[in-house]
Design a protein. Structure first.
Length: 191
């Protein structure tokens, strides 16, 4: 009986150690270059080519990609400027203070993308100002982000896919709005 209890306690302790270690996010080194000049085609191609090969993207790489998605280029010269710009827009929480080379959580990316593409979402997303949890759920629901939790890290190829689907989402919404305004009889009284 006593031996069984020690065995169970040992297994439980081992599982706890493994789970705790598995939940920690990594610091990635080296990182993909993100401080190239805005609209530098060679720099942009190198960024997207390298980031897709990463086992996990960093906060710096992810926030750079969000700014490229939102603005067409990233005019920030550094990670600190990216963070400040996104906090100013309300796309990052005021308490966000993670290192540039830390593996990015899906929830951080989801919140920023939900703001960048003006995704309305449901009641909880509106009440929580696109909190990472609800932004992740909404991006999964609309098919921009694959299933997962807001605390998981995001791999490079997955990140490129998310940015691509977010761009498609915006383009389809713009096309639908344009088609609606160009439809015969649109805007005429009684229609």
């Amino acid at each position: 009986m006593r031996r069984t209890m020690f065995t169970i306690a040992g297994v439980a302790l081992g599982a706890a150690v493994l789970l705790a270690g598995g939940c920690a996010r990594s610091l990635m080194d080296p990182t993909v270059v993100t401080d190239y000049q805005p609209l530098d085609d060679a720099g942009e191609l190198a960024y997207w080519g390298e980031v897709q090969r990463r086992s996990a993207i960093t906060n710096d790489e992810g926030l750079h990609g969000v700014l490229v998605l939102a603005d067409g280029a990233d005019g920030s010269g550094s990670y600190e400027q990216r963070v400040a710009a996104l906090k100013e827009r309300g796309w990052l929480s005021d308490g966000f203070n993670e290192p540039a080379n830390m593996a990015m959580r899906r929830g951080v990316l989801a919140k920023a993308i939900a703001h960048a593409i003006a995704l309305d979402g449901g009641v909880m997303m509106a009440l929580t100002d696109k909190a990472p949890r609800y932004a992740t759920k909404e991006l999964v629901y609309v098919g921009i982000m694959p299933d997962g939790t807001e605390n998981q890290v995001i791999a490079g190829l997955e990140f490129v896919g998310v940015i691509s689907r977010a761009q498609d989402f915006v383009l389809l919404r713009q096309s639908a709005a344009q088609a609606k305004t160009e439809a015969p009889g649109a805007g005429e009284p009684g229609q």
